[in-house]
Structures are given as structure tokens and as C-alpha cells.
Design a protein around this ligand. Structure first.
Ligand SMILES: NC(=O)c1ccc[n+]([C@@H]2O[C@H](COP(=O)([O-])OP(=O)(O)OC[C@H]3O[C@@H](n4cnc5c(N)ncnc54)[C@H](OP(=O)(O)O)[C@@H]3O)[C@@H](O)[C@H]2O)c1
Length: 296
């Protein structure tokens, strides 16, 4: 079959493209950079160079595909981040409509039931909505948990302050997932194309408290006493700005942390349980974390 993968050689899109190619499918990978073409072609995919901001480019690229994997790339330059994310979703949905593609696997997030109050994830609510308005198009929204790789963002804090923390709440239980597992689920959905209408699939590999996370990551880097510290929303935002993020992005991440703390972000996920968990666990990620920490 013929698939279009947005997200270039990103965390999920690369392993996804590799899996689809290994199954002998025809894969086109969208990148915004000409410099990535050779690497994409080396995988055995076709590269399409253009932006998710460009509906005409997306429409041309999508035309004739059996299915498209859609995602909204992170962009920290937006003056209104949620609006930007929603706008990219509208572009992707408009291109699906105009190209006549009938199947979409769309990367969303746990918390995307919240039209407001969940930072960037509330942007994804509107992305889902844009796809849900398409007639005669089957859409499977993937709602993964918190990506393990987000913890790489805490390396500086651990190194310089000897702590790890955020505003997720004392003892918060976090639904965690590895991008490779999301790619496996996306590949499974794209290969089978058995989803009909509009539906949601949650993807989580492990559920751990913030204290367990601090313990596992700390032990992996030789700091078994590493403690998770609870920050206020204000301190979280300030720390993110200090780490170099624009004010708008820091504000949204702090908002998402507060939705995690209140339990609202994961409410629908926990209401769907029991679900089968994906293979990659916190202990597996801790080994990757140790390598990244040592190289930092
Ligand atoms: N972090 C979390 O905990 C979490 C949880 C749930 C959902 N999510 C979703 O996951 C997404 C990230 O997925 P990921 O980690 O697989 O992505 P990623 O690794 O950040 O890769 C995205 C790729 O998109 C390409 N890109 C950037 N701007 C583009 C543009 N304007 N047009 C076309 N392509 C562009 C870039 O590659 P090139 O440079 O080659 O163009 C980039 O490497 C987030 O944006 C969010 O929606 C995240």
C-alpha cells in the first residue's frame, strides 16, 4: 500500500517509516528540509520536501495515498501556540479532503478531550475536531501518554541543581510511553486499516509516580537519592523561561502540568482502562537516560 508519513525522521516518524518499508509498502516521508532527502531515501522511502503550513503541497503529496500518518511538529515561535497547532490541524484536514485520501492515523495526545486548560494538548483537541469534520474519511486518533524523552529536558536541572521536578503534583501518577511503541501502534493501524469512522486509541507503556521516576532515573545515573520536587505553576513557567523557552511556550507547558496535577488531563485515559500496556517501561528508558546524561 501507499502511505504518507508526516514528521520527517522525527522520534515517531522514522521508526514508523522503517516499519512500513520493512513490510514492503510504498512510503513517502514529508520533511521541511532538502538536507534530509538523502537520509530519507537511504531508508527506502521517497522524500517530499515542503511544509505542513502549505495546503497545496500537502494536497499534492497526499493524492493517491491509501493512508496518511499526520502529526503537528513542535514549533516554539508561535505567538499563540494553541492557535498555531489548531491551524496546522486544519491544513492537514483540508489537504486530506482535497486529495481524496480516505484513511488517516493522527497523532494526538492524552488530554485531547480538553478544548482549553491543557497547554499544547488543547491545540490537539482542535486538530482532532478538524479531522472529525471530514465526511467519508476514517480517522484513528492516537492518544499517547507523556513521552519518556521529555525527561531529557530535566538533565540540566539534575546536573546543576541536583533535583528533578515540575508542577505535575506530589506523587502524581504519570502515563508514560516511548516513541518506538507509538510507531509500532501507528504501523499496526496503517497496515491493517481496519478502523472505521472516527475513533481514539490510547497508547501507554508504563504508569509511574513522579517519585518512582526520580528513583529510576537517579539510580541509572548514579544518584539514587535524586528526589522529585514539586514546583508551583509559577516556578515551573519561570524555570522553563530560564531554560530558554519563549514565554508563550513556557506558559502553555505550565498549564499542561497543572492539568496533569488536577487529574483532568488523564481522566479519559484512566476511564478507558484496563488497556494493554506497550513493551517499553521506565526501567528501559532509564538506560537511555543514563547514556544521554553521560553525554550531556
Ligand atoms: N512530548 C509529549 O509528551 C507528547 C505527548 C503526546 C503527543 N505529542 C505530540 O508529538 C509531537 C512530536 O512527535 P515526534 O517526537 O515524533 O516529532 P519530532 O521528533 O519533533 O519530529 C517532527 C519533525 O517534523 C519536521 N518538521 C518541523 N517543522 C515542519 C514543517 N513546518 N513542515 C513539515 N515538517 C516539519 C521536522 O523534521 P525536518 O527538519 O526534517 O522537517 C521534525 O524533526 C508533538 O508535536 C505533539 O503533537 C507529544
Amino acid at each position: 500500500m501507499k502511505y504518507i508519513v508526516t514528521g520527517s525522521l522525527g522520534h515517531i516518524s522514522r521508526p514508523l517509516a522503517e516499519k512500513l518499508i520493512a513490510e514492503k509498502h510504498e512510503v513517502t516521508v514529508i520533511t521541511s528540509k532538502t538536507a534530509k532527502v538523502a537520509e530519507i531515501e537511504a531508508l527506502g522511502a521517497r522524500a517530499a520536501v515542503g511544509s505542513v503550513e502549505d495546503i497545496a503541497f500537502l494536497t499534492d503529496t497526499f493524492r493517491g495515498a491509501d493512508a496518511v500518518y499526520t502529526m503537528v511538529p513542535p514549533f516554539f515561535g508561535a505567538p499563540d501556540w494553541k492557535k498555531h497547532i489548531a491551524g496546522i490541524g486544519e491544513n492537514l484536514a483540508a489537504a486530506v479532503r482535497a486529495s481524496g485520501v480516505k484513511n488517516v492515523v493522527n497523532l494526538s495526545s492524552i488530554g485531547a478531550h480538553m478544548p482549553d486548560g491543557c497547554g499544547p494538548v488543547s491545540g490537539l483537541y482542535f486538530v482532532e475536531k478538524a479531522f472529525n469534520q471530514l465526511e467519508n474519511v476514517h480517522v484513528r486518533h492516537l492518544r499517547p501518554g507523556f513521552f519518556f524523552y521529555n525527561f531529557f529536558g530535566n538533565i540540566g536541572m539534575i546536573r546543576h541543581m541536583g533535583i528533578i521536578g515540575s508542577n505535575y503534583g506530589s506523587g502524581a501518577n504519570m502515563a508514560l510511553v516511548h516513541p518506538n511503541d507509538i510507531a509500532s501502534v501507528a504501523a499496526e493501524e496503517l497496515s491493517a486499516l481496519s478502523f472505521k469512522g472516527k475513533s481514539i486509541r490510547y497508547i501507554v507503556g508504563d504508569e509511574r509516580t513522579t517519585d518512582e521516576i526520580a528513583g529510576a532515573l537517579g539510580s541509572a545515573i548514579g544518584k539514587p537519592d535524586l528526589k522529585w520536587v514539586d514546583f508551583t505553576d509559577q516556578d515551573t513557567k519561570a524555570a522553563l523561561v530560564q531554560a530558554g523557552l519563549p514565554e508563550e511556550i513556557a506558559r502553555n507547558y505550565a498549564e499542561m502540568g497543572s492539568a496533569l496535577r488536577s487529574g483532568e488531563m488523564a481522566r479519559e485515559y484512566y476511564a478507558q482502562k484496563p488497556l494493554s500496556l506497550q513493551p517499553v517501561k521506565l526501567a528501559d528508558f532509564a538506560r537511555e537516560f543514563a547514556v544521554a546524561y553521560a553525554n550531556s
